[in-house]
Ligand binder design. Sequence first.
Ligand SMILES: [Zn+2]
Length: 291
Amino acid sequence: MEAMLTKIVFSEKCLGYGQLHIEGPERVRKTFEILKEKGYEFVEPKLASEEDILRAHDDEYVWALKKSMVEDPDTPAYENIYEFARLSAGGAIQAAEIHGFSIMRPPGHHAGRAGAALGAYTRGFCYLNNIAIAVKHLGKPTLILDIDGHHGNGTEEIFMEDEKVTYVSLHRHPNYPGTGTFSEGNCMNYPLPPDCGDEVYLKTLDKALGLLNMEMFDLVAVSAGFDQHAGDLASLGLTDECYSHIGKRIGAMKKPAFFVLEGGYNGENVGKNIDKLLKGMEHKGFKVHKD
Ligand SMILES: [Zn+2]
């Protein structure tokens, strides 16, 4: 059996809320089961500290979240949601530290400094911006690659004009949240038509990565959503094979990488394609170095 280099960050605690929501526990439970079956090693996350959270979010917002006082039509104010969100943010930090893959929920990339970001009217199932909290925790020059089928408006808002960070997103347009239609400063956006397919997607990814000077970055943080898969919520018509190719491109950057789960609403597909992504990245010759 091949050695699995990348560890998965997971705690069953993240399955304890939102049973009836599309962003529900089943997607992650199934993902966990598939990765376990495939022989991955798991590590438990710790809660993110308030200090870590406040690097990415305003204190008024965090205060309201603690009291479960923030609600919108997509993003319910569940009881104790702050604790769930804190553990998911902690999962992202853990993934950043061990160059692993956090499959914790809730997701994060739509959450801006004070909630809904860049004029969006909801937080799109997100409470705390996990990847932003993890990137700020490390404080290193970082490329954030957002492959979720939606634009990460929260992440763009948090890192806009941050000299250490470049944000690159490929996403379906037109679609929720309606942002990410143009590039600006350190945020490079690639809106793609619905169901554009693997070939257009990979060509666009190559173009985006080709414009970067990788010497600028110490690591790559991937907002790993899987709802761009054919038939999912932000379908770009991607097949399972496409994730191996995306993984190869991440491996070819020859930088330490970590991954944080965003969307992807079919657990079967998410589990299978995390495995494809990681195996693509770890393919011979591209051993991720740890420094
Ligand atoms: Zn999404």
